[in-house]
Design a protein around this ligand. Structure first.
Ligand code: WT7
Length: 642
């Protein structure tokens, strides 16, 4: 059975695209009619990109969890909502039907209430990939508390920063998390974070690894104990939320300062994640969907939890890592759970590809119908490997481009409906109006590319709002305006560069700002520099990205060190440890080069373009260096050792 808003043909894609552009109110009202509302909207869309102020479905009342759960119970109550695959292959998988997931969520929602969490309060969630993470997220949404999930790889300092910024009154965590053959002591990290933080009043701990933990009286409680205190008659009803009430905050890196809290709201986000989930994958009722992302990132929010559940789909959630117990793990999961849609990141594909095809021996993979990638540009080699060896040339591959800020996918081919073009994200979703501009904000015109075809290149912006876009950055609306809406008047600036071909296909070429994309993880160069500069004896540092075969980009740090002399490699390790502590292991540099100075303009600005070229291995063509304060430093850096 297809969905009323499902795009079933190329002609329909074009018709829907036109309809959504010409009359967004009518188009999105039609889509929204397929959801359950306590009260319908007074107005579909109101907006300006100058403040900015964006409102979708103003006046409507709803609870997103009633759309993800309650409304499916009658017909799909016994259908698996979540299939959970544990890290350890000896442990049985768990299936939660819609009925079971619903029951758990209303029960845990009551736990939150009993622990004094109420509508509008912020709750941080720092857990491994277990069903209780999904339960915690949806229980927050049930009572109108604003969740902020923190990826399990972030450090105590990062948690403290986020909790302080969000002024969270409660954090939900686990004793530990299984990851490959390691146990990560999550509760101990939270304890560390709470040493320097005083807004949190409650810590709810789920026992996953049975690692010994210290429980602080009055502050820390066990998940199971709290659940057991509740009887079925206690359950409160779902909170009636305004369409534009915040649903969650998710912190993400920018080109300056500390990560900012991207805010998504209830109705628009719900419509956008459901609409895009169904259409990009061409989801059919009964399909089993496996998104390999972590719920600590937006991909997990939108395409493990909200989009699939609102569509009544079956979503596979995997606790472990692709290489444990061996590099065939994804393929085993696909066969075991008869996965139809696989959604993963190019970095995972490149890493699995590097082991050759031997790990694919004996794997069937015939259940697969659709493949997807997300998070970074996919190179043609990885695309073809995916197509040949995983999809066996019979599964469409969707290359989905989007961002934490966009809530869901904006540019992609639609599986089996619109054509794929390797390494191109291709066409915008209905409702999305991209534009490519030059430095001055003028729309760029096509230039003949090397092959002779007409290609436009420049910075990617979006001209009008779509339902899933961010509304603000938590506690700092001005930061949202400056970051996304001030570079070019009346446009949302994505921070990405892009090409556009004569057929209207887009190819994303990567960030044009100081944001790095390391294995699909977004990290700001300024954040890494600040962390390095915290190390004793470091005078200054500059961080740039460079092309990396597996990770897409690697981190290259140039460091001026004037401290106590020691072995360079030990010093590198110490600096890496400082970064792990400040941010998390994901931000450790791949290369650290000690230098005596950095290339700076007379006004003191670091010329990153020169450092980027050196990091890429370029020695000859470093561009104009005459404006530098001290041009000699360039030769020294170029000839230096890593
Ligand atoms: C940045 C956003 C989208 C959810 C996961 C990442 C890059 C994302 C693609 C793609 C080329 C991509 C962009 C974007 N990116 N998808 N299909 N092709 N680049 O979300 O952490 O907010 O990062 O990831 O550079 O700006 P995020």
């Amino acid at each position: 059975m297809s969905y009323p808003f499902q795009i079933n043909s190329l002609a329909q894609y074009h018709a829907d695209y036109k309809a959504a552009a010409e009359n967004p109110d009518a188009f999105w009202a039609n889509v929204a009619d397929n959801f359950c509302w306590r009260k319908k909207w007074d107005k579909v869309l109101g907006w300006n990109f100058t403040e900015p102020k964006i409102e979708w479905f103003a006046g409507a009342k709803l609870n997103i969890t009633e759309n993800c759960l309650d409304r499916h119970l009658e017909k799909l109550g016994d259908k698996p909502a979540i299939i959970w695959e544990p890290n350890n292959v000896d442990e049985p998988a768990r299936t939660l039907t819609y009925k079971e997931l619903h029951a758990q969520i209303i029960q845990f929602a009551q736990v939150l209430k009993n622990n004094n969490v109420n509508r509008g309060d912020r709750v941080c969630i720092y857990m491994g990939m277990i069903p209780e993470l999904t339960i915690a997220v949806l229980a927050c949404a049930r009572i109108g508390a604003i969740h902020s999930v923190i990826f399990g790889g972030f450090s105590a300092q990062s948690i403290a920063d986020r909790m302080q910024d969000a002024k969270a009154s409660c954090i939900i965590t686990c004793d530990g998390a299984f990851r490959g053959n390691k146990i990560i002591d999550l509760k101990a990290v939270v304890d560390d974070a709470l040493l320097q933080e005083n807004v949190v009043q409650k810590v709810i701990v789920f026992a996953r690894t049975k690692t010994p933990v210290i429980m602080m009286d009055g502050r820390d409680v066990w998940w199971d104990d709290e659940m057991n205190k509740i009887s079925i008659t206690d359950f409160t009803v779902a909170e009636e939320m305004d369409a534009e009430d915040p649903l969650f905050i998710l912190y993400t890196s920018g080109s300056t300062g500390k990560p900012k809290g991207v805010v998504h709201t209830c109705a628009g986000y719900m419509i956008w994640t459901t609409y895009t989930f169904v259409n990009m994958f061409n989801y059919q009722q009964g399909d089993v969907h496996f998104c390999t992302a972590d719920i600590g990132w937006i991909t997990g929010h939108s395409y493990i939890i909200y989009g699939p559940l609102a569509a009544g789909a079956t979503s596979v959630m995997f606790e472990g890592i692709p290489t444990f117990p061996d590099v065939g793990r994804f393929w085993d999961i696909i066969d075991k759970h008869q996965v139809n849609i696989l959604y993963t990141a190019p970095t995972a594909l490149r890493s699995l590809m590097s082991f050759g095809n031997e790990p694919l021996q004996g794997k069937n993979l015939s259940s697969l119908k659709t493949l997807g990638t997300v998070g970074e540009p996919i190179n043609e080699e990885a695309w073809h490997w995916y197509d040949d060896n995983i999809g066996k040339n019979k599964c469409p591959i969707v290359d989905t481009w989007w961002q934490t800020e966009t809530g869901g996918c904006l540019i992609t081919n639609l599986a089996g409906i619109t054509p794929a073009k390797p390494s191109w994200a291709t066409l915008p979703m209905p409702g999305v109006q991209p534009i490519i501009v030059d430095e001055k904000g003028e729309e760029t015109s096509p230039n003949p590319s090397e092959g002779g075809a007409l290609v436009t290149s420049g910075n990617l912006c979006i001209k009008a709002p779509w339902p899933g876009m961010l509304r603000t950055t938590w506690g700092d609306h001005e930061r949202c305006r400056v970051n996304y809406f001030a570079t070019y008047p009346n446009l949302y600036f994505t921070g990405d560069g892009a090409l556009k071909d004569a057929e209207g296909n887009y190819r994303i070429t990567g960030r044009v700002d100081d944001v790095l994309n390391i294995s699909g993880h977004r990290i700001g160069t300024a954040e890494v520099e600040n962390a390095i500069n915290m190390h004793n004896g470091v005078i200054e540092s500059a961080v740039v990205g460079y092309p990396h075969d597996i990770k897409g980009q690697g981190i290259y740090a140039f460091v001026i060190y004037n401290g106590e002399q020691m072995d360079d490699n030990i010093l590198r390790q110490n600096i890496a440890a400082t970064i792990s502590k400040a941010i998390g292991a994901i931000a450790k540099p791949d290369k650290i080069q000690f230098v005596s100075g950095l290339p700076k303009t007379r006004s003191g600005k670091i010329m990153r373009r020169i450092l980027r070229k050196i990091a890429e291995g370029e020695t000859e063509n470093l561009g104009d260096i005459t404006t530098l304060l001290d041009p000699d430093v360039v030769a020294e850096i170029r000839d230096g050792k890593v």
